[in-house]
Design a binder for this molecule. Sequence first.
Ligand SMILES: Nc1ncnc2c1ncn2[C@@H]1O[C@H](COP(=O)(O)OP(=O)(O)O)[C@@H](O)[C@H]1O
Ligand SMILES: C=C(OP(=O)(O)O)C(=O)O
Ligand SMILES: [K+]
Ligand SMILES: [Mg+2]
Length: 527
Amino acid sequence: MHCSSLLLEEPIRMSSILEPSKPSFFPAMTKIVGTLGQKSRSVDTIARCLDSGMSVARFDFSWGDREYHQETLENLKAAIKSTKKLCAVMLDTVGPELQVVNKTERPISLQAETLVVLTPDQNKEATSNLLPLNFNGLSKAVKQGDTIFIGQYLFTGSETTSVWLEVTEVHGDDVTCLIKNSATLAGSLYTLHVSQIRIDLPTLTDKDKEVISTWGLQNNIDFLSLSYTRHAEDICHAREFLSKLGDLKQTQIFAKIENIEGLTHFDEILREADGIILSRGNLGIDLPPEKVFLFQKAAIYKCNVAGKPAVVTRVVDTMTDNLRPTRAEATDVANAVLDGSDAILLGAETLRGLYPVDTISTVGKICAEAEKVFNQDLYFKKTVKYVGEPMSHLESIASSAVRAAIKVKASVIICFTSSGRTARLIAKYRPTMPVISVVIPQLKTNQLRWTFTGAFEARQSLIVRGLFPMLADPRHPAESTSGTNESILKVALDHGKAFGIIKPHDRVVVCQKLGDSSVVKIIELED
Ligand SMILES: Nc1ncnc2c1ncn2[C@@H]1O[C@H](COP(=O)(O)OP(=O)(O)O)[C@@H](O)[C@H]1O
Ligand SMILES: C=C(OP(=O)(O)O)C(=O)O
Ligand SMILES: [K+]
Ligand SMILES: [Mg+2]
C-alpha cells in the first residue's frame, strides 16, 4: 500500500498493471460507509461487512421506525464485539424529502403519454392516475413545463421502476402531469424530486428532531447526515439543536448536498459543516448529467483544502443485483479516490442488495489500487500552497510529519491526539501510509459524574481517509510532560505489529505534543 512506484502522471509500464497486489493487512485508506437495512442487519452479515472494511454504519430514517433501527444497531454492537472492529454510527435525516404514499403497497403501473394527478390528499388510494403525496405545497412550487421524477427509495435513475413526468396543469392543490415513460412503482416508499425548485419545508423536520432526541441521544450518534442541506443556517440550526442534547453536542454534522440550492451555497455550508456528503443520487437528478463530474471535482477539492471529509455516494448501483460492478462503476470508484475523497457511501447495495459483503470488499479493493497511484506529491504541494505562510504551529508540524514519513519510507505515522485535531490535520496532507491516531482520553466532570472524552473523537476519525484510531488506556497520564513517558507509544507500536502494518526494522514517524512543544520524531525499529 505504501511504496507506490506508479504515478498516473508518468508513463506506466503496461505489464505492471497486471502484477498482483501485495497482500495488505490493512483495508483501504479510503473509508466505506454502509447503509444498514433488510439485507444487512443480521449479526453475521454485519460482522462480515466490518471484516470487509465497513467502518461507518448509516441508519436512514427516511424509512423504518425506531424499533427496527434499534434492533439493527444492537446487532451492529454484537458484531463490533465479535470482530473487535470499531464502527461509527450515522443517523440520516428525512428532511424535506417528498414521498409518494402507497398505503396498499400494490404495484402501480404508469403508462407513457397518459396523465397522472399528484395530490396532497393522503386519504386517497394510489392508482395509475392518482398519486397521493406527503406534502401539500407542491402546486404552489411548480408550474407548467416543470420536470418531476419519481423513483423507488435509493433509485439509480434508470430502472423501469422510475418515472419522469412533465407538469401540464396546476389546479388548486393538485398537479396534473404527463407521464414521459412507462414504469411500475412497486413497494411502499417512493421519492419524488422536482428539478431545480425550492421546497418550503424545514431541513430538520419535527420527525427528525424527535428521532434525534430519542434514538440519536440513546445511541450517542457520531454523525448526523443532514439531508437536503441548502444553506449554512441549516447546519447552525442543527448544531444548536444538538447542543441541547447532552453528549450529542459532540456529534459531527455532515451536510448532504442533494440539490442546486445546496450546490450554490456550497462554500458557506462547508464553513459550518464538519464534513460533506456528495449526494449524487438526488443531485444527479437536479443537475444536467454533463455537469455532475464538475461538481464532484470542485466540491472534493474544496473539502480537501479545508481539511474536512468528503463522502461520495451512489458508486456501484448495479451491484445491488450483481456480483460485479460495471466497468464505468469500477472506474468511477477509482476516480473518486483520485479526486481526493475520504469515504464512499453505499446505499441500495448494502441495504437491499444481494451482495452487501462482496460490494464492500470490491469497492475496498478498487480504492486500495487507486490509492497506490494517487499523486501525493502533487496533492501535498497544492495543499501547502493553498494554506500559505505563515502556517499555524500545528499545521506545520502535521505537514512535516507527512513529509518526513514519505521521505524515510515510514510504514506508519503514529499521532497522539485528544480532540482529533492533530490527526485530522495529518490526514489533510494525505500520507501514503496509515496513520494510527492514538486518542488520549481526558477526564472531565459536570459536577455530578466523571466521564472520559475520546470515544466520539476516535469513532469520528473512522470516516477520514488514512486514519485508524486506537483508544489509549485512561490510566496513562493524559498530560505527558517528558519524552520518557513512552508507554502509550509502545502500546501503539504493538498494536501496529499485531495488525501486520509494522514489521521489524521499519521506520515509524511519531507526532506528539510534549508539554507546550510539538515534536515529530523518526524511530527505527529493531525487532
Ligand atoms: N507518549 C505519550 N504518552 C502519553 N500521552 C501523550 C504522549 N504524547 C503526547 N501525549 C498527550 O496526548 C495529548 C494529545 O492531545 P493534543 O496534543 O492536545 O492534540 P489535539 O490538539 O489533536 O487534541 C496531549 O495531552 C499530550 O500530552
Ligand atoms: C445517499 C443519498 O440520499 P438518500 O438519503 O436519499 O439515500 C443520495 O442522494 O445519494
Ligand atoms: K434520508
Ligand atoms: Mg438523497
